[in-house]
Design a protein around this ligand. Structure first.
Ligand SMILES: [Zn+2]
Length: 270
C-alpha cells in the first residue's frame, strides 16, 4: 500500500522515525509520499524520501502563504529537481483556520499551480471550507493531474472536484463518528480509479481504532485501518481496494517512471 500523505518532517517523528517506518513496512505500507508544507519542510521531506527510498512533495501549505516571498517558487523548483519529489504541494486554500489572509493564500496557490504545470508535475492540493473558490481557480488554470488531499467536504464539493478530473484522498476523517460519517456514503460516488488513501500523519488518528496509540500520534502503519473502513463502506474486499488505490497512486505520481528516472540518473552519473 501507499500512504500518499504523511507529514514525516513533523517534530513528533524526530526521535523514532526509523521505528515508525519499520512499523509501516510491517503493516504492508511499503511506499510513503512525504508531504512538504514549507520550503524548509519540503527540503526535509526530500531528504527523508531520499534516505528511506520514499517520495516527497514540494510546496507551501496555505497556512504558511504569508511567509512566501520572491524566492519561494525558485526554491520549490530547485527541490522539485530531485527525482524523489513527485508532486507540487501541499498547496491550496484554507478558509477554516485563516492563518494567512485570503489574497495571500490565493496568490501563492496560483503560483504553485503554475509551477506544477510548468514542470509537468501533479499537484497535492489542500482545501478546507474554500469551496467553490478553490474549484474556480483549478478550473481557470485547467488543472487535471492533482489530488484533493484529505477530502472532508460534502457531495456537491466532491462532484465539483471529480468533474475537474481530480483524484480524491481519503484519510481517517472517515473513521470519525462526530464529523466524518457522511464520507461512508460519499466514497461510493468516487470512481474506483480516482480513489487514494492517506493517513495525514501525525494528524487525524482514526478515532475508532482500538487501542488508541498512547501518544495519540497517527502514523503510516495505521493506513490499513483506514483501508478497512473504506472497503467496508464500499462493500468491497480490502485487498481489492488496496490494489486499486496503489495502482491509482502509481499512475498519478508516476512512481514507476520516477524510479526508473532516478535509476537512469544514477547510471548517468556513475
Ligand atoms: Zn492538508
Amino acid at each position: 500500500m501507499i500512504d500518499i500523505g504523511a507529514n514525516l518532517t513533523h517534530p513528533s517523528f524526530h526521535n523514532d522515525l526509523d521505528a515508525v517506518v519499520a512499523r509501516a513496512l510491517a503493516a504492508g505500507v511499503d511506499q510513503i509520499i512525504v508531504t512538504g508544507t514549507t520550503v524548509l519542510e519540503s527540503e526535509m521531506a526530500r531528504d527523508i524520501a531520499q534516505r528511506l527510498g520514499f517520495h516527497a512533495t514540494a510546496g507551501v501549505h496555505p497556512h504558511h502563504a504569508r511567509d512566501c516571498g520572491p524566492q519561494t517558487i525558485d526554491e520549490l523548483r530547485k527541490v522539485a529537481q530531485n527525482p524523489r519529489v513527485v508532486a507540487i504541494g501541499e498547496c491550496g486554500l484554507d478558509f477554516n483556520r485563516n492563518y494567512s489572509p485570503h489574497p495571500s493564500q490565493e496568490k501563492w496557490f496560483v503560483a504553485q499551480l503554475e509551477l506544477g504545470l510548468e514542470l509537468g508535475m501533479p499537484l497535492f492540493l489542500h482545501s478546507r471550507d474554500a469551496h467553490p473558490r478553490f474549484a474556480q481557480i483549478l478550473s481557470h488554470h485547467k488543472v487535471k493531474h492533482a489530488v484533493a488531499h484529505c477530502f472532508t467536504g460534502e457531495k456537491q464539493e466532491l462532484h465539483a472536484y471529480l468533474d475537474l478530473g481530480l483524484y480524491i484522498g481519503i484519510t481517517g476523517w472517515i473513521c470519525d463518528e462526530r464529523r466524518g460519517t457522511h464520507l461512508l456514503q460519499l466514497v461510493n460516488d468516487i470512481p474506483a480509479e480516482r480513489l487514494l488513501l492517506e493517513t495525514d500523519s501525525p494528524y487525524l488518528t482514526p478515532r475508532d481504532m482500538r487501542p488508541q496509540p498512547k501518544s495519540r500520534r497517527n502514523e503510516p502503519a495505521f493506513l490499513p485501518h483506514i483501508l478497512n473502513t473504506v472497503a467496508r463502506a464500499l462493500g468491497k474486499p480490502p485487498d481489492e481496494v488496496a490494489a486499486q488505490t496503489t495502482a491509482n497512486a502509481r499512475r498519478l505520481f508516476r512512481l514507476d517512471e520516477s524510479r526508473s528516472s532516478s535509476a537512469a540518473q544514477r547510471a548517468a552519473s556513475a
